[in-house]
Design a protein around this ligand. Structure first.
Ligand code: SAM
Length: 330
């Protein structure tokens, strides 16, 4: 490891996020050779800036840049990095402010007593939601689809629905299923509403802007039979609060028999070990937000005490992450 490698890798990570936002990763993924000059004209991009993004990709073999013809094509590392591109957006864009202010945010003096972690750390909820949708599509959906097959006429609820990508996909594939998405972030709900509108599924998908920790029974929850939640469960901790939320969900969704909680748990990796992609960022940023991340064993012990019995545990494609398959205790 050299300082040059570390410095350049930091830049390349941001370049991957930028290339994704500018549509370059998508172009390369289609196998296209990108003529950078005409791409910049077509998308109103600054040529010098786009060239440097391409050069950073080239340094890490994500793309091959021909400086004579100013063209870009896939490099040998493209496929792996492209599969993981959601993590780069999540880190560099969703949590860019936290990275920029890491030292300042570690100081207790910068946190007032009535401040929760979220208000301490500005994050871009829409980009975090979009990134979760992206890595979810690549590393979660295939596992989820084998665990959950909706029944005809079923009504489902997605707590912490983010961009609503998951309920849109379920509703598209199951024409008789209805869904309710709940999220506490009004910007995220706006993004979800745009996506639902664009999908034409407004008649079968409802969105509710509410905090799951404060949820009350609502008549529209009455017929929900399955609840699920992706990458929000850890936000409900510490333990006592999470336990109360799980209990309360029994009253909010009186006939729901099944709950699927998909989440990343604490790795407890030795500091010397090299963690896989995502883990180090996930644990660092939640510590910055003063958010406890439970280990897998802590989740299991909590379920043991809650009104939900964990009947199965399905690993997924994200490191240290699983779907906890829960059944209502009668
Ligand atoms: C990491 S994102 C995951 C989004 C989506 N489930 C997915 O997999 O793409 C977590 C989402 O949970 C939402 N969230 C966090 N705490 C919440 C709470 N107490 N009530 C409702 N939503 C919450 C956040 O606003 C965010 O949209």
């Amino acid at each position: 490891m050299t300082s040059a490698f570390l410095f350049n890798a930091t830049i390349a990570g941001a370049a991957v996020a930028a290339a994704f936002q500018l549509g370059l990763m998508e172009e390369l993924d289609r196998g296209n050779e990108v003529d950078i000059a005409s791409y910049c004209v077509q998308h109103d991009l600054h040529l010098g800036c786009t060239f440097q993004i391409a050069r950073a990709l080239q340094c890490f073999k994500i793309a091959v840049l021909d400086v004579e013809t100013l063209t870009l094509r896939q490099g040998t590392a493209f496929h792996e990095i492209n599969e993981d591109r959601g993590y780069f957006i999540w880190l560099a864009c969703g949590y860019g402010y936290a990275l920029q202010n890491l030292g300042r945010l570690a100081r207790n003096e910068n946190r007032s007593a009535d401040m929760d972690g979220r208000s301490l750390v500005k994050r871009d909820g829409q980009l975090v939601g979009m990134a979760a949708g992206e890595y979810g599509r690549r590393h979660v959906d295939q596992f989820f689809n084998s665990v959950f097959v909706p029944r005809n006429q079923q009504i489902i609820a997605d707590l912490g629905c983010g961009s609503a990508a998951r309920i849109i996909e379920i509703a598209q594939q199951n024409p008789h299923v209805k869904a309710i998405g709940v999220d506490c972030d009004s910007d995220v709900i706006k993004l979800a509403a745009r996506n639902v509108d664009a999908s034409g599924l407004g008649g079968r998908i409802e969105l509710v802007c509410d905090d799951v920790t404060q949820l009350r029974f609502h008549p529209k929850f009455e017929s929900v039979t399955t609840i699920f939640s992706f990458f929000m469960g850890h936000d409900l901790w510490p333990r006592r609060r999470c336990l109360a939320v799980l209990e309360n969900l029994r009253s909010c969704f009186p006939i729901a028999r099944r709950m699927l909680i998909c989440d990343t748990y604490r790795s407890d990796l030795e500091p010397s070990a090299v963690p896989p992609v995502f883990t180090l960022g996930f644990e660092l940023l939640h510590a910055v937000m003063r958010q406890d991340i439970p280990s897998c064993a802590e989740w299991m012990s909590l379920f043991g005490e809650s009104g939900w019995e964990c009947v199965d545990l399905h690993p997924i494609g994200i490191p240290y992450s699983a779907i906890f398959d829960l059944k209502r205790r009668m």
